[in-house]
Design a protein around this ligand. Sequence first.
Ligand code: FES
Ligand code: FES
Length: 176
Amino acid sequence: MAKPSSKNGGAHENVSAAAALTVTIGVNGKRQTLTIAPWTTLLDALRDRLDLTGTKKGCDHGQCGACTVLLDGRRVVSCLTLAVMKDGAEVTTIEGLASNGTLHPLQQAFIDHDAFQCGYCTSGQICSAAGLIREGKAASADEIRELMSGNICRCGAYPNIVAAIEQAMAAMGRGS
Ligand code: FES
Ligand code: FES
């Protein structure tokens, strides 16, 4: 079913008080309560309501991976996730990966390997790779490529991205 269109992607659409729903989610360790239209995606809630614009909107159809975030530790495309269905969930975005001023090993590895050009896909790549490492299913560069295939990089930085993920895996004791 097509979503109603709006200038800003849906989070601030006119919705009657009766139709609006309240949802409470944890975002990067902080509880957030939002009153939103039922059709608001997690992506629009993060970007338009919480100003967490590190998560990018690429295709808005679940096909590019730019909007990937971690939901209860698992990677999801936030453009296909309705926020109201995730009441009580914990969301981690690219803004929440660093800890006490120290970059996440994946963030550092992407810098070390120059694993981006325009950077538009990068937050999704890093969040997806964090989910991949947590899943523990990638044991080789080929498996990293296969399991990261949902994240498109239009700049073609794939060799550097795989090298960065391998470095982070080794740093986190999950070496491929
Ligand atoms: S913006 Fe969500 S998959 Fe492309
Ligand atoms: S760095 Fe440009 S799309 Fe990936």
